[in-house]
Design a protein around this ligand. Structure first.
Ligand code: SF4
Length: 309
């Protein structure tokens, strides 16, 4: 197995392939360039804009490449797709269940490949029991669960699990209803993620309304992605960030094709996503990048280093 661009997330495809092959009696291991294999799987999640391809030496009878980084058409065979992932290859992630209950999204956001890759309709693809076996935490990867006609049944499964659930992708705030919010309230929520990607959309009423329905009171658990460097101006980026914060959400800046982003957008991301900076410096104009380093250079200790953290 070669996890081409993984670092902070386990690669679900490789985990399923590993489980599938182990069940057949095959030996599975991470690729070692000094060894020869009969079959090597390479999985790459991101395209060239975000990650580099593997350039090491591979000696194998067969190499199978998969993942969005190698194209949108490759798919796991159905029996592999529905295999419980093997955490043996990622022991550091054991204890958390990663998976999808639904796939697809009806919205066709120009920067997003979900519609093309998974379809322009959200459909239920698995029950929770397919990838959850009593773990205390669930990281849900669904692109648009609230657009799924089976949302009630699927949210019910998450609630019944009693596990802490991180909705890692954006829940579509425009599709929120009192019924969906009530179903979400029954889930033990570690983190809700929303998104305000298009500055031309006024999502303020939706975000405000949700606050009246949700039982998640901690604003740090109500995170909202803000897409930048995709046709928005700096003022539009700031507007979404300030508005979300003022409403009681925790903005998180995503930069489209970061290598092309202007310095001010990179600085904005540094300010917003480092929550210590974001809370300590309320106005972006007062934010000095690399502030800590400068402080240390002047002989001052910052709070982080005082705490030894
Ligand atoms: S709503 Fe989200 S998942 Fe759907 S197309 Fe837009 S960015 Fe992609």
């Amino acid at each position: 197995m070669i996890d081409v661009d993984g670092h902070r997330w386990p690669n679900l495809c490789l985990m399923k392939l590993s489980a599938y092959h182990k069940a057949r009696g095959d030996t599975v291991e991470w690729h070692d360039g000094r060894r020869r294999y009969d079959l090597v799987y390479m999985s790459r999640v991101f395209t060239d804009s975000y990650s580099k391809d593997f350039t090491g030496r591979i000696r194998a009878d067969q190499i199978i490449r998969g993942g969005t980084g190698y194209g949108l058409s490759n798919r796991l065979p159905d029996d592999v797709e529905h295999t419980r992932p093997d955490y043996g290859i990622y022991p550091q992630f054991a204890g958390t269940a990663y998976g999808f209950l639904s796939r697809g999204c009806p919205r066709g956001c120009g920067f997003c490949i979900v519609g093309e890759k998974e379809g322009r309709k959200t459909v239920a693809v698995a029950d929770l029991s397919e990838f959850w076996a009593g773990e205390k935490e669930i990281k849900l990867l669904d692109a648009n669960l609230l657009a799924c006609p089976d949302w009630e049944r699927l949210l019910g499964q998450l609630a019944a699990s009693g596990a802490m659930v991180d909705f890692t992708q954006g829940l579509d705030i425009r599709l929120m209803t009192p019924e969906k919010a009530a179903a979400l309230n029954r889930v033990r929520t570690k983190m809700l993620h929303f998104a305000w990607d298009n500055p031309e959309d006024d999502l303020t009423p939706y975000f405000k309304q949700f606050l009246e329905w949700t039982s998640v009171k901690d604003c740090r658990k109500r995170r909202a992605y803000v897409l930048t460097n995709y046709g928005s101006t700096h003022e539009q980026d700031l507007y979404r960030i300030y508005t979300l914060r003022d409403m009681g959400y925790d903005p998180y800046v995503m930069v489209y094709e970061k290598s092309t982003a202007p310095p001010v957008t990179r600085r904005l991301q540094q300010w917003v996503n480092n929550k210590w900076f974001f809370r300590a410096v309320p106005d972006f104009n007062d934010f000095v990048p690399n502030w800590r380093r400068k402080q240390k250079g002047e002989g001052n200790e910052d709070r982080t280093s005082e705490n030894g953290a």
